[in-house]
Design a binder for this molecule. Structure first.
Ligand SMILES: [Zn+2]
Length: 296
């Protein structure tokens, strides 16, 4: 795969004019890939009938057995300042993930240039890339930001009892990463402006403190969704199906419903961490539900 496959951007928000150093990142919001990993499709929803699920995927021309889950890290570049949204999965989560560091390097962004890391939530594929192979922060000059409710959920004594057997590692990994980041980790509440022009937007449900980020870029606004909408068909066409990885499934359904309605009526540009082709696009109404329209 070449870099174009990994890197996508809205032309409208990119700087005009020549790029001086050959590999310098342009101003604007782009996504860089942390790779992808495979999921059996039956993990996509805990409530859909298997046949319903297969039919929905087949109708969209997608595999009925395996879902290839891409990982799109949003990268906001403004002059010398680089802000990233989530950190990728690091080396210890799944085969095929953990490629953010290499793709940042290919884009000419040294780890020291990243000044802020904003977490949508603390699942492994978003958080575990925060530490390098030595267990120290992967972005040594960065301040890390997480919603207080999200930190409190994962650091609570009873978090293990709230996770199914096969996700105990999610909690152990969250605790390890959050502890190691303590001295550089700040908490915020939804509604707060975290860095200039970037505000947190409450989208809890996928996890108890999940947020999305509203990014103002000139006259443009984009919403970095994290995992508020995770699948290009299921999250949009079947928002009422329980998500396979939603910690609070009913809350997540309510959040999707409100969010999709708002995004469709406002025609907001969105970036989904797990949406295809770099994750950028917008939402349209479609029958009694919605559809994802990838950016051209
Ligand atoms: Zn995720």
């Amino acid at each position: 795969m070449d870099r174009r496959t990994f890197l996508s951007s809205f032309a409208a928000v990119c700087a005009v004019g020549p790029i001086a150093p050959a590999r310098a990142a342009q101003d604007g919001l782009t996504t860089l890939s942390d790779g992808s990993f495979a999921l059996p499709v039956n993990m996509l929803s805990s409530s859909a009938e298997p046949a319903q699920l297969r039919d929905a995927l087949a109708a969209a021309g997608l595999s009925q057995t395996e879902h290839r889950n891409p990982l799109n890290v949003s990268v906001l570049t403004r002059g010398d300042e680089v802000v990233i949204f989530d950190c990728g999965a690091g080396a210890n989560f799944m085969d095929g993930a953990g490629k953010l560091a290499a793709n940042l390097a290919a884009a000419g962004i040294a780890p020291e240039k990243v000044k802020h890391v904003l977490f949508t939530h603390a699942h492994p594929d978003h958080l575990w890339g925060a530490l390098d192979d030595f267990g120290t922060p992967a972005f040594p000059e960065a301040t890390y930001h997480i919603a207080a409710a999200e930190r409190d959920f994962w650091m609570s004594a009873d978090v293990f009892s709230q996770m199914p057997e096969d996700r105990q590692a999610f909690a152990a990994g969250a605790q390890r990463n959050i502890k190691e980041l303590t001295s550089v980790l700040k908490t915020f509440k939804p509604g707060a402006e975290i860095v200039s022009g970037v505000s947190a937007f409450d989208t809890r449900g996928h996890t108890p403190g999940h947020v999305s980020f509203e990014v103002k870029l000139g006259s443009d606004t984009m919403l970095v969704l994290g995992d508020a909408l995770t699948h290009p068909v299921i999250s949009f066409q079947h928002p009422d199906w329980r998500g396979g990885f939603d910690q609070e499934p009913d809350r997540a359904i309510a959040t999707r419903r409100v969010l999709l309605d708002k995004l469709a009526s406002e025609q907001t540009k969105i970036v989904g961490y797990h949406l295809p082709n770099g994750g950028m696009g917008r939402v349209e109404k479609s029958g009694s539900a919605y559809r994802f329209v990838p950016a051209a």
